[in-house]
Design a protein around this ligand. Structure first.
Ligand SMILES: [Mg+2]
Length: 105
């Protein structure tokens, strides 16, 4: 089986199907994922398989979005910074919890 080069495939999709339709597809796939998450959380539906499918669709379409705007590297850098901020917030949060637990113990 030939290994698929994701970035080449995304560029090909944008070239063959067009940027605007593919960017609308990003929105469509995100809305499908949102719908499945809502079913799971609000209606307690056992739909993890659907969530997996729609999350994969969203990842694929985000790959195309990054190719479309040529922003893969910028997103990678921004994401790395955001992850540091989240890690710091979690550290602070957990520290406060420990302090609160120590006060109530
Ligand atoms: Mg889908």
């Amino acid at each position: 089986m030939t290994e698929i080069n994701e970035e080449e495939l995304y560029k090909r999709a944008l070239r063959v199907w067009g940027k605007e339709p593919q960017m609308l597809q990003v929105i469509e796939e995100m809305s499908e994922l949102i719908k499945e998450i809502l079913k799971n959380v609000n209606r307690k539906k056992d739909n993890v398989d659907e969530i997996i499918e729609e999350a994969a669709d969203v990842e694929i379409m985000l790959g195309q979005l990054k190719c479309c705007y040529g922003i893969t590297d910028k997103i990678r850098a921004y994401k790395a910074e955001k992850l540091k901020v989240i890690a710091k917030r979690l550290d602070d949060w957990e520290q406060k919890e420990k302090e609160n637990d120590a006060k109530t113990a």
